[in-house]
Design a protein around this ligand. Structure first.
Ligand SMILES: NC(=O)c1ccc[n+]([C@@H]2O[C@H](COP(=O)([O-])OP(=O)(O)OC[C@H]3O[C@@H](n4cnc5c(N)ncnc54)[C@H](O)[C@@H]3O)[C@@H](O)[C@H]2O)c1
Length: 360
């Protein structure tokens, strides 16, 4: 098969930095896909063995792509995605969908108006352990879920902020860069969040953006939860250390990012350890506690995301993470930032309504 074969999806990548290069590797390993173009203003023209353009516009004008993966800085996401949708090209847009909820609404509107094919890159939703955990919750394997807690902490290198200054300015920060994934997954697993409280700190790095946050969440089904995150502190806890998603991060087997507590059992994710009292009659906190691991077939979420994107490109699947869905996750991140700034509880639905009405 060659890229002139109509069965092959011709893919372009916009932004070939840390994340874009990983997407390029996944495309190269994927059957039925070919990397035909890259758009990035700061690359040598022969960097990837395919056409390299200095802008998305030039790449689209060259007509070499059926679909595009957008991995440029967050502030460019909406305009780049709109450009691609206007050109009739399918889009996998890296998270966050936009830098704020108001901006994301432009994209939601354009996707609806153009019936555009757009998947947002909340890749963790594609991980087999997430699908298994979601099924366990849905099928009552934990009883009634009462609470959830999560943690993500890792010490990013200082060059992450000095070499790529957009990382230290509004539009980035640990909430928008990292916690956005976790809040998306907590929504996916536990349902919509109705109230949020937050504290944040820039104490460790002294940057304009926050490096550390603590969140309290109330879900619409009555579940309450908490989430802690820092990009300044060493830890083995968090999705990136608990999965083998990228070689760029250390992997510790049996790692935990989330703990979900139900009336019959508890489940940690992504290691899928299920804890339950081991008594046939009236089990309670005096009963022995047993641990079993839920079985799952291992597969990387970026690969599964790319396979799913191929189905979206061909019009054979609705996106697992639509612009509208990702826009709700982003609204939650923004509500967290507002809660931290104002030191008050934010009603998430009211916050979204206020943004939509131009009041926030
Ligand atoms: N899904 C994930 O786990 C994950 C992980 C890291 C980053 N990301 C996301 O990927 C995106 C990129 O992050 P990164 O860490 O790779 O950043 P980066 O700074 O390493 O890369 C950004 C790239 O975009 C290029 N660029 C800048 N302006 C451009 C333009 N106008 N057109 C095309 N390219 C342009 C830059 O030259 C650079 O190569 C961000 O949205 C980030 O949130 C996602």
């Amino acid at each position: 098969m060659t890229e002139s074969d109509p069965a092959i999806i011709r893919l372009g990548v916009v932004g070939a930095g840390f994340m874009g290069r990983q997407h390029i590797d996944f495309i190269r390993a994927a059957p039925g896909m070919a990397l035909t173009a890259v758009a990035d203003p700061v690359l040598p023209p022969d960097a990837f063995g395919c056409a390299v353009h200095e802008s998305t516009e030039r790449m689209l004008d060259a007509g070499q792509v059926d679909a595009v993966i957008i991995a440029n800085p967050n502030a460019l996401h909406v305009d780049t995605a709109l450009e691609c949708l206007e050109a009739g090209v399918a889009v996998l847009l890296e998270k966050p969908v936009a830098v704020d909820h108001a901006q994301s609404l432009r994209l939601v509107e354009a996707v609806e108006r153009r019936r555009g094919r757009l998947l947002v890159g909340h890749h963790r939703r594609h991980h087999p352990a997430v699908a298994r955990a979601r099924a366990a919750i849905r099928d009552g394997e934990l009883g009634q879920v009462v609470a959830v807690s999560g943690l993500w902490s890792a010490r990013k290198e200082d060059a992450y902020f000095t070499d790529m200054p957009w990382h230290s300015r509004p539009g980035a920060g640990v909430l928008l860069i990292n916690v956005v994934h976790d809040l998306d997954l907590l929504r996916h697993l536990c349902g919509e969040v109705v109230e949020i409280q937050a504290m944040q700190s820039s104490h460790a790095r002294g940057l304009e953006v926050e490096d550390t946050v603590s969140l309290s969440l109330r879900f619409e089904n009555g579940v309450v939860g908490s989430f802690l995150a820092s990009d300044a502190g060493v830890s083995p806890w968090g999705w990136d250390q608990a999965t083998e998603e990228t070689a760029a991060f250390p992997f510790l087997p049996d790692g935990v990012a989330y703990r979900i507590v139900g009336t019959r059992a508890a489940l940690s994710v992504p290691n899928l350890a299920r804890y339950a009292y081991d008594a046939s009659v009236e089990p309670d906190w005096h009963s022995p506690l047993s641990r079993t691991y839920l079985p799952v077939v291992p597969r990387g979420s970026f690969q599964r995301q790319l396979e799913h994107f191929a189905d979206v490109v061909r019009g054979e699947a609705e996106p697992l993470v639509s612009a509208e869905d990702a826009s709700r996750t982003l609204a939650l991140v923004e509500a967290a930032a507002l809660a931290a700034r104002t030191r008050r509880t934010v009603d998430v639905a009211r916050f979204r309504t206020d943004v939509e009405a131009g009041r926030e």
